[in-house]
Design a protein around this ligand. Sequence first.
Ligand code: NAD
Ligand code: DAU
Length: 331
Amino acid sequence: MRVLVTGGAGFIGANFVRRTVETRPDAHVVVLDALTYAGDARSLDPVRDRVRLEVGDVADPDVVDRLVAEADLVVHFAAESHNDNSLTDPSPFVRTNVVGTFTLLEAVRRHGVRLHHVSTDEVYGDLELDDPGRFTEATAYNPSSPYSSTKASSDLLVRAWVRSFGVRATISNCSNNYGPYQHVEKFIPRQITNLLDGGRPKLYGRGANVRDWIHVDDHNDAVWAIVERGTPGETYLVGADGERSNLEVVQDLLEIFGRDRDDYEVVADRAGHDLRYAIDATRLRTELGWAPRYTSFREGLARTVEWYREHEDWWRPAKARTEARYAASGQ
Ligand code: NAD
Ligand code: DAU
């Protein structure tokens, strides 16, 4: 099988590519990635002899058409992915997330290629902290940020291309991922690398906001389950019952590092900060037989800390400029 992976040099995409190569010897993988600040070709080093990397833009119709024409399956991860950046400058989010997905849809339509579109639970907006409910496939779209609104737009384009043109596409909406090779701008790697540098974790607001954490390998196993056993045209929610407040995550990390549980710093809150995300993944579990392998968040977190401890050469180059960007907005 010839698999085109967009955004395959980013966090989830690179983990997907490595896992695919390791578990599917018959897969021929091509990565299309623009290598923005968030993409890193070194994340593919362990499998470079089995993967072709094409540096290019998912919103460029010529390169996309050429690569889709050679593929049996496209798995679409490429996106601008960070909420804070979308508040500073939304324009690349519209171009990559909306125009990029449109460009890909037109190419898979022309060539009759199967598409899996990787999306986020943030398309549903947020829940109150004390709401007993969780997001399901039937929850109405209600995105809050420039990032999540462009992801919602991309999902709606996929749904329209399925209905209007018969494109064979599935969508997954996943909760917050953690694991190796995640950019240091994101919450967990930012705090781990602050702690490795002897600094303090930085909490937005009081740390009451809740995220539903899933290990990146569990997410990627779900993507393969949907590709292999899902129904084209359908949407599947991906989550591993990992709800935790940001304060709880920071205190877990402080404990892992043997530091005082209150040794963190409160910084400026995010504008429009979503309160809580929570996924009901019943459909994925019952219809497709998927289950997470990382059932202890604390254990997955400790392994992630070890990965960052052992891979300083990977994260160090991005750390100072990322912190300089945060400092400019009081974060
Ligand atoms: P990331 O920012 O780590 O990686 C994004 C990758 O896309 C990078 O390699 C980047 O170079 C590439 N890219 C950006 N613009 C491009 C363009 N115009 N053309 C080609 N490549 C481009 O993101 P991630 O966290 O790995 O997220 C991957 C996907 O999963 C995104 O679609 C995101 O919305 C979705 N998602 C992420 C999470 C999460 O917790 N990180 C959860 C659910 C869904
Ligand atoms: O829910 C899925 C989404 O999860 C994905 O679609 C996004 O691509 C991904 O970035 C993530 O979005 P969040 O905004 O939830 O993730 P982030 O890592 O930016 O922040 C997680 C929480 O931690 C959020 O409530 C903000 C808070 N935070 C973040 C940073 C960077 C802090 O308290 N301190 C920080 O330094």
